[in-house]
Write a protein that binds this ligand. Structure first.
Ligand code: HEC
Length: 123
């Protein structure tokens, strides 16, 4: 009995370690699915697009990625932008407060920013 309980504890520790290792890996390269899911939940696509679209009020995300490319503090700047609700200008000149991202999971936000920064404009 005692032996079984110990084995069980060991098994659950090992599987916890595996789960931890896997989630760390998942954030090494941005997961597009998770990023898109978070962006959908936050209605980011109301104003932003992954491909160039003239109908959106905000710049496309590849364009934003271009602007940030090579900047070491890109993610920091994005975090400030997405948490401060600063005033932004629509394509048509109307000014609004930018949406503040809602999630309780920092890793999720980090993944979204990494994914946005990885987007390439169309040739
Ligand atoms: C109501 C429309 C609207 C929504 C919704 C919106 N944005 Fe924006 N966003 C804008 C506009 C307009 C700009 C351009 C800001 C500027 O250049 O002044 C912008 C700029 C940005 C930038 C670039 C900031 C910079 O420093 O250039 C990022 C990153 C961004 N948005 C991410 C997001 C994310 C992530 C979401 C979802 C949580 C989101 N946006 C939702 C309109 C929107």
């Amino acid at each position: 009995m005692k032996y079984q309980a110990r084995t069980k504890a060991l098994v659950s520790m090992v599987s916890a370690a595996i789960i931890l290792a896997c989630s760390a890996n998942a954030f090494a390269a941005a997961s597009a699915d998770a990023a898109i899911a978070l962006a959908r939940k936050n209605s980011c696509f109301k104003c932003h697009s992954v491909k160039e679209k003239k109908t959106k009020q905000g710049p496309s995300w590849p364009k934003i990625a271009e602007k940030y490319r090579g900047k070491a503090d890109a993610e920091q700047l994005m975090m400030t932008h997405l948490s401060s609700g600063k005033i932004v200008k629509f394509v048509d000149g109307v000014e609004v407060c930018h949406r503040i991202i809602k999630t309780s999971n920092e890793g999720e936000v980090d993944n979204l920013f990494k994914w946005i920064l990885s987007l390439q404009p169309e040739a």
